[in-house]
Design a protein around this ligand. Structure first.
Ligand code: C2E
Ligand code: CA
Ligand code: CA
Ligand code: CA
Length: 281
């Protein structure tokens, strides 16, 4: 037993050191990535369920690492938040998303402008200059404020401070709309819906997953949609993957939907082709 214990010790110690080393390496890589602009955006369509038209796009960040390839956001955002690097990364995402959306809207039918949705981290919301950063991104891109949606997660609103609420009100006063992301996964949803100036609720994929095969899940999801309607909020169903889910949600009068069933997050070029198909003739 003693020997086994020793082996275990010998086994775990280098692996902890390795993971610490990896963490440091990743942090250095991330610093370099910010300086060298190694980030890219993907755009996923948000579809109006009644008409099947694209009403907006969600901008989702990717890290194109020179050796490790494409790194998804959940693998680097936590470290970026911990180190504060989410601030320059998030500002780039915001500016780039606004710039691209304004560009597409200039090419589009002026009666059908797109909105663009950008995810914001709590670290960004802690900064007093956030309203100025948003205002400048809008001014520099020419995107009207009401075409920008800022997505916030429930946990961010639950742990808020008074300044957070004031900052959100300042951003709202610009005309920007606010969405609650992953709605239903937190624990005090109803209380903060009254307190925060929210315009849109995005129903978490975990609810949408079971719509179509679990009757109780469908009832819950339809209840959230009705709650949204009663509060005059837009509702977006996230993670729609099949026609069965889509038809239940559309029947339940969910306004908007997003998911692989329509399209996965696309590169700028692929989104360009989707928005402006080239006539083959
Ligand atoms: P999210 O904001 O909830 O974004 C939706 C995620 O679900 C995206 O993952 C998207 O690719 C994925 N998704 C969309 N439709 C489907 C579907 O039908 N099925 C499945 N299985 N997945 C679907 P992604 O791009 O990996 O982003 C993950 C999370 O990373 C985001 O979740 C968001 O919380 C965060 N994130 C992404 N971009 C940014 C950013 O620029 N800033 C910050 N702070 N966070 C970001
Ligand atoms: Ca989101
Ligand atoms: Ca979400
Ligand atoms: Ca299912």
């Amino acid at each position: 037993a003693k020997k086994k214990g020793k082996d275990q010790y010998a086994f775990f110690e280098p692996s902890m050191r390795e993971s610490f080393q990896r963490h440091l390496e990743m942090e250095a890589d991330l610093r370099r990535a910010v300086l060298r602009h190694e980030f890219e955006l993907r755009f996923q369509p948000i579809v109006r369920l009644a008409t099947n038209e694209i009403s907006g796009l969600e901008a989702l960040v990717r890290w194109q690492h020179p050796e490790r390839g494409m790194i998804p956001p959940l693998d680097f955002i936590p470290l970026a938040e911990e180190t504060g690097m989410i601030v320059p990364i998030g500002e780039w995402v915001l500016r780039e998303a606004c710039r691209q959306a304004a560009r597409w809207n200039r090419q589009r039918d002026p009666d059908k402008p797109l909105t663009v949705s950008v995810n914001l981290s709590a670290v960004q919301l802690d900064r007093p200059d956030l309203p100025d950063v948003v205002d400048r991104a809008l001014a520099d891109s020419g995107l009207p404020a009401h075409r920008l949606v800022i997505e916030l997660t429930e946990s961010l609103l639950v742990d808020h401070r008074q300044e957070t609420l004031e900052r959100l009100n300042t951003i709202k006063a610009l005309g920007v709309r606010l969405a609650i992301d992953d709605f239903g996964t937190g624990y005090s949803s109803l209380a903060y819906l009254r307190r925060f100036p929210v315009d849109i609720i995005k129903i978490d994929k975990s609810f949408v997953d079971d719509v179509g095969d679990v009757p109780a899940a469908a009832a819950l999801t339809l209840g959230i949609i009705q709650l949204g309607q009663a509060l005059q909020l837009s509702t977006v169903a996230e993670g729609i993957e099949d026609a069965g889910q889509l038809s239940e949600l559309a029947d339940g009068n969910c306004e908007l939907g997003q998911g692989y069933y329509f399209a996965e997050p696309l590169t700028t070029e692929a989104m360009q082709d989707l928005l402006f198909p080239i006539d083959p003739h």
